[in-house]
Write a protein that binds this ligand. Structure first.
Ligand code: ATP
Length: 245
């Protein structure tokens, strides 16, 4: 033992102007584990992810990254400590090319950019995201939705994060595209050893990708367990409110 978990959230309450949206959450992500955070619209998934990423100060509770309490630490500091967030809506620059996005992210002082390693990791990255390799000189604004999402993930990976937080990759994308995108998270964990926590609307697909999952309803964890078990769960099947498509 002794190996700390990649992320350990305990008794976390978070929200806005001191009013909690999520209450007393307990969740963990092991090293190299892929964990899904699922639940209906408005349950508080984005609030949870953004609070872990340091974008909101928690109301109470602790957030430990590799054993170190980071609750209340600024997002840019967390980024230097190996945490990366792929935000809902992707936040790309339409006028910059794919290559420019990757270079900009690599220059931000992440582990990948140390001592000129950013190119090596860029090459490694493009092997994992071959569709990006084909459009390196295209402007982000001209990419398809799926390619844009892939770029958002690629940009987060350039800094070689140890913990990757992904908010709703599938937003606005056709299910056939989502089926191609979500497995990237599995590869990221398997090939880079990155721990992944991802928010997803497509419950069935998410449970095919994840090792474990948490279901958030009305700001609290209502169900959790290994993805294989949740796939069979009658409670989850009954929860048709989950926005399954
Ligand atoms: P969705 O899938 O729709 O993004 P979600 O589970 O991610 O849902 P959140 O986006 O975290 O849920 O929103 C949870 C609640 O917090 C909602 O009631 C929302 O109105 C509220 N909320 C979100 N952002 C803010 C904000 N900046 N200020 C105040 N309330 C907010």
């Amino acid at each position: 033992g002794g190996q700390e978990t990649a992320l350990a959230v305990s008794e976390l309450s978070a929200g806005y102007q001191g009013i909690p949206v999520v209450r007393e959450l307990n969740l963990a992500v092991g090293h190299g584990e892929v964990v899904a955070l699922l639940g209906p619209n408005g349950a508080g998934k984005t609030t949870t992810l953004e609070t872990i990423a340091g974008l909101h100060r928690p109301i109470s509770g602790t957030i430990k990254v590799s054993g170190r309490d980071v609750a209340g630490t600024a997002a840019h500091v967390l980024a230097r400590r190996g945490m990366a967030l792929v935000p809902e809506g992707r936040a790309l620059f339409p006028g910059l090319t794919v290559r420019e996005h990757l270079r900009l992210a690599g220059g931000r002082g992440g582990r990948g950019s140390v001592g000129g390693n950013s190119r090596a990791s860029e090459r490694e990255l493009l092997e994992m995201l071959p569709e990006l390799a084909k459009c390196l000189d295209r402007k982000a604004g001209l990419l398809s939705g799926g390619e844009q999402q892939m770029l958002a993930v690629g940009r987060a990976l350039v800094t070689r994060p140890s913990l990757l937080l992904v908010d709703e990759m599938s937003l606005g994308l056709a299910p056939v595209i989502v089926e191609r995108l979500l497995p990237i998270l599995r590869r990221v964990a398997g090939e880079l050893g990155t721990s992944v926590l991802f928010v997803e609307q497509h419950v069935a697909l998410a449970l095919q990708i994840a090792d474990r999952a948490y279901i958030l309803t009305h700001g609290q964890i209502s169900l959790e367990g290994p993805a294989a078990r949740l796939r069979e769960s009658r409670e989850l099947l009954a929860a048709s409110y989950l926005g399954e498509t």
